[in-house]
Design a protein around this ligand. Structure first.
Ligand code: SF4
Length: 179
């Protein structure tokens, strides 16, 4: 698997100060995609042991709230396979630090036609899933942590326990996920 960027001390892609990993490869090709350079699976650098170790180390300070996964498309089959061992390692080493994942697929698609051998392992580690494609007609710059109103911020552990989608509530001051 390749990745296009790692942002340290990122405050835009999830709650708090985070390390964000942008993986390469996305077949969806949404109009007005925010990151079309990353559509190619060959774009960027190899996701080597060295960068994995660097990311894990970056999560150590108390002020770093957690890891965010973006793309490209982290849930493309190749990227699920490329991420799963690493995500399990992060969960093992920092069980208290929430993992966010941004995907253009819906949660229902991940359980259906987009499911791979790695999907259940990934979903058991991911705390928050921001799902669905970016839709330009539904763009709303007042939304917190997402670009268009069709996208949902899903509490994955609660969703798996309930057997139906449970939206993340987060800070009560931001319960509507808008500002
Ligand atoms: S799913 Fe994300 S990375 Fe892929 S085309 Fe859509 S906005 Fe771009």
């Amino acid at each position: 698997m390749k990745y296009s960027a790692v942002k340290y001390c990122d405050i835009a892609n999830g709650e708090g100060v985070r390390t964000s990993l942008f993986v390469s490869g996305c077949r969806r090709h949404c109009p007005f995609c925010f990151n079309p350079d990353t559509w190619s699976f060959d774009y960027g650098e190899e996701f080597s042991q060295q960068i994995q170790d660097e990311i894990v180390e970056s999560l150590r300070p108390r002020y770093i709230r957690g890891l965010s996964l973006l793309g490209g498309e982290p849930m493309e089959p190749e990227n699920q396979a490329g991420l799963v061992d690493f995500v399990e390692r992060v969960k093992r080493e920092y069980p208290e630090k929430p993992i966010w994942c941004y995907t253009g697929m819906t949660y229902e698609e991940l359980l259906g036609r987009c499911r791979t051998e790695a999907t259940d392992r990934l979903l058991s580690c991911i705390d928050i899933l921001v799902d669905g494609p970016f839709v330009q007609d539904l763009k709303d710059i007042t939304l917190r942590f997402r670009g268009s109103s069709n996208q949902r911020i899903i509490d994955v552990p609660a969703t798996r326990a309930a057997g139906q989608v449970v939206l993340w509530q987060g800070d009560p001051d931001f319960a509507k996920h808008s500002m």
